[in-house]
Design a protein around this ligand. Structure first.
Ligand code: C2E
Ligand code: MG
Ligand code: MG
Length: 731
């Protein structure tokens, strides 16, 4: 109940809410206290208890014990009628919506708090009953000592206790014949007093009695013990069971010989039921009635604990596809109903097959197959679940299409623990989602290891950037015609402290997923421009440095500024910088990306399309963009490593691409040049430049500058690079 802006001050509103709830609560428990309090005092008391609950609800550190204390306080105030607790719980559940606390807290914490209250109440009221029982036994024994003849002389006193007591009291002889009982005991058993007098204690055996109960009884009758106390069920006259706390004492004569037995019986059926219900609620999801996470994990643990060698186990981790959209568009109520229907369908399939199902939360369900027979069994089960979910659900006058994704793990129990099994299934579920949803995926250890690696790498990336663990390698782009240097491509690597040098294919994608590519790309730009200045100085006619740009960088508003900074701080001329962008990063993008491209081109930078041929290969489209160069992907040359391999069709395609690019005024660099034959072919086609191991593999800046000049015949003299750099360096 957050106040609306301009609405009443919460400090004002909240006391009123609490007072109003206290009033409702007082109505609900009216007359359930054995010590009648004036109405105003009852309200004040309940208001104070509500204040404690509310404070617990919003506290930074949540302390559910406070709920127990409030429950006990109710008992202390003599609210001990059987109806007090159930009436109180009803009021408190309904009050949740009115309390001043964030909804998420009300939902989760209030449930726990009210449960704790019930538990505290139950415990306090049991303790109270036991205290009362002891008081009665003491009274009886005291009476016996005070009188000359135990029962006769204390009769007046005992009668008073009998009549007024709320607990049942009965006296029997040593044969078990019931001699006397009070009205409360008759009420507990549901028999008329006279009928009970004709009964014997032994008639009140119950099928659930444990052997020790009757052994204790025999000990007592024999005089080997004076007292025992047990929890025991009895049958009522109508056949119902009644749960009691039973306390039996032996009364002896003056010579110490056993003479009578005194039983004090407290009916705890309602508390017992409540505890059973609380236990059920703590282990079941209130919406679907399925076992919740706690119970499911407990079942999983116990299966692992009791599994014999060679036992297998299977787990399906199921998550609905696009459930959030249902909640967002049709509302949470419809979402809840949908979950109920889905749960029922899954439960039907799973329970019929004798497996266990639970709801872990949200739209996540898990199915456990103890003693599974193999992967096939789980796949079949997953197929059946997908099939029953495929039928549309009719809700709120609509037909809602449902689908789910399922992660499957099936394996021996040895060598894995429950937590790892769940993690593996959860990871596999993610694969099923990533592979297109509405399907199952089966756990694969190799893929998992790769994912774990990826995750580890991804989370180490930000620190790696801070600690400057990235380095640049450089690869020459050589002109085919005169074998002089066209440009140098900067290629980033990660010098990982334990894994060694890692190539960009392993981390650039991760950096794109996390957005780290933007600061990383900025660093690459600056480092590459600085290096290029060191080699070439400021000279528009020199070879250029070619820097790869990720699609995400292109959409980043600060890109133009970053590039300007890199140029200004390094001193490089814009014509000495080429940006490599893949076709897919440009095609189909919005107006602002294209206008970024234009601004870059207006700055006089070179723009190249990287890996041309792997994407749309649409030169006609690219014609409208400010592009200087295309870099033909290495696959065009892959089949033509030797002269005799050359496929005339491939050759013609490349030749046409080159001449088309030339018509559009673009230069062409071929990637993946690995043989001399490829160089000759490119030369014949009029391709402008080439890049590849044959022309110079990537190397760090130092190695790049000092490559030996002498090379085998047919290999271009990359070693002359420093000389060429020297030639173009001004001054
Ligand atoms: P790319 O831009 O197409 O870079 C060329 C890749 O081909 C480089 O791989 C290079 O080592 C490799 N290569 C060079 N010569 C040959 C050859 O003769 N044969 C074959 N098969 N391959 C050759 P690398 O360095 O592993 O880079 C892979 C990709 O990573 C690059 O492909 C680029 O897309 C990306 N990348 C590299 N550095 C950066 C960067 O700083 N930023 C961004 N966004 N991406 C980068
Ligand atoms: Mg590139
Ligand atoms: Mg490339």
């Amino acid at each position: 109940m957050k106040p609306t802006p301009g609405g009443p001050d919460p400090a004002q509103t909240q006391p009123d809410v609490l007072t109003a709830v206290a009033r409702t609560w007082a109505d609900a428990v009216a007359g359930t206290s054995y010590v009648p309090l004036p109405r105003a005092e009852v309200e004040a008391l309940l208001r104070a208890l509500l204040g404690r609950l509310q404070a617990t609800l919003v506290a930074d550190r949540f302390r559910p014990e406070e709920g127990c204390a409030v429950g006990a306080a109710l008992v202390d105030a003599h609210f001990t009628d059987a109806r007090t607790l159930s009436h109180s719980l009803t009021v408190l559940w309904e009050a949740a919506a009115r309390l001043d606390a964030p909804r998420s807290q009300v939902g989760a914490r209030w449930h726990v708090l009210v449960g704790a209250l019930a538990e505290g109440y139950a415990r306090a009221s049991q303790e109270r009953a036991l205290r009362e029982q002891d008081e009665i036994v003491t009274a009886a024994l005291t009476a016996r000592y005070q009188a000359e003849q135990a029962l006769q002389m204390s009769e007046a006193r005992l009668r008073a206790v009998f009549a007024g007591a709320r607990v049942g009291i009965g006296i029997g002889d040593l044969d078990g014949r019931i001699i006397d009982l009070n009205p409360a005991l008759a009420a507990i058993f549901g028999y008329p007093t006279e009928e009970l007098r004709r009964r014997r204690v032994q008639d009140f055996m119950h099928p659930t009695d444990s052997e020790p109960v009757w052994r204790l009884y025999d000990d007592l009758i024999r005089g080997d013990r004076d007292h025992f106390r047990v929890e025991k069920q009895f049958f009522r006259a109508n056949g119902d069971s009644v749960w009691t706390h039973l306390s039996v004492s032996l009364l002896r004569d003056e010579a110490g010989r056993p003479q009578y037995q005194l039983a004090v019986v407290h009916d705890v059926t309602e508390l017992q039921q409540l505890q059973t219900q609380l236990r059920y609620e703590a282990h079941h999801d209130p919406l679907t009635g399925l076992p919740n996470r706690t119970l499911f994990l407990a079942q999983l643990d116990s299966i692992f604990a009791s599994a014999e060698a060679g036992t297998r186990v299977g787990l399906c981790f199921l998550d609905l596809d696009g459930f959030k959209a249902v909640n967002d568009t049709l509302g949470h109520e419809v979402g809840d109903q949908l979950l109920v229907k889905v749960a029922r369908r899954i439960d039907d399939v799973v329970t019929a097959a004798g497996h266990l199902v639970g709801r872990l939360g949200g739209d996540e369900f898990v199915v456990l197959v103890p003693g599974s027979t193999g992967r096939g069994q789980l796949v079949e089960l997953a197929d059946r679940m997908l099939a029953v979910l495929a039928a549309p659900v009719h809700l709120a006058g609509r037909e809602i299409a449902v689908s789910a994704s399922i992660g499957i793990v099936e394996r021996p129990v040895e060598g894995i623990d429950p937590a790892e099994l769940l993690r593996a299934a959860d990871m596999t579920l993610y694969w099923a989602k990533a592979d297109g949803k509405n399907r199952w995926a089966v756990f694969e250890p190799d893929r998992d290891a790769r994912d774990i690696n990826r995750y580890a790498l991804s989370s180490a990336l930000p620190a790696a950037l801070d600690q400057e663990q990235f380095v640049l390698h450089y690869q020459p782009l050589m002109k085919i015609a005169d074998r002089s240097l066209h440009g140098v491509e900067a290629l980033v690597r990660w010098r990982h402290p334990t894994l060694g040098l890692i190539g960009p294919d392993e981390f650039v994608g991760l950096a794109e997923e996390s957005g780290l590519i933007v600061p990383l790309g900025r660093w690459v730009l600056q480092a590459a421009c600085r290096q290029a200045y060191e080699w070439f100085g400021t000279c528009p006619g020199s070879p250029f440095i070619s820097v790869n740009l990720a699609a995400q960088q292109l959409r980043e508003p600060g890109l133009v500024e970053d590039i300007r900074n890199a140029l200004v701080s390094s001193g490089l001329h814009p014509q000495q910088l080429q940006l490599e962008i893949t076709e897919s990063a440009i095609v189909g993008t919005d107006h602002s990306t294209r206008s970024t491209l234009r601004r870059l081109s207006d700055m006089d930078l070179r723009i190249a399309i990287d890996d041309f041929g792997t994407g749309y290969s649409n030169l006609a489209y690219l014609r409208h963009l400010p592009i200087d160069e295309i870099k033909l992907d290495g696959f065009f040359l892959r089949g033509v490593r030797a002269t005799e391999d050359i496929d005339p069709v491939d050759e013609q395609i490349v030749a046409s691409l080159v001449s088309l690019a030339h018509v559009l005024g673009l230069t062409v660099t071929a990637e993946g040049v690995e043989t001399a034959a490829q160089v000759s072919l490119l030369a014949a086609m009029g391709c402008d430049a080439g890049q590849g191991t044959h022309l110079g593999p990537p190397a760090d800046a130092v190695e790049m500058a000092f490559r030996p000049p002498a090379r085998p015949v047919g290999v271009l003299p990359i070693g002359e690079l420093p000389v060429q750099f020297g030639q173009v360096r001004p001054g």
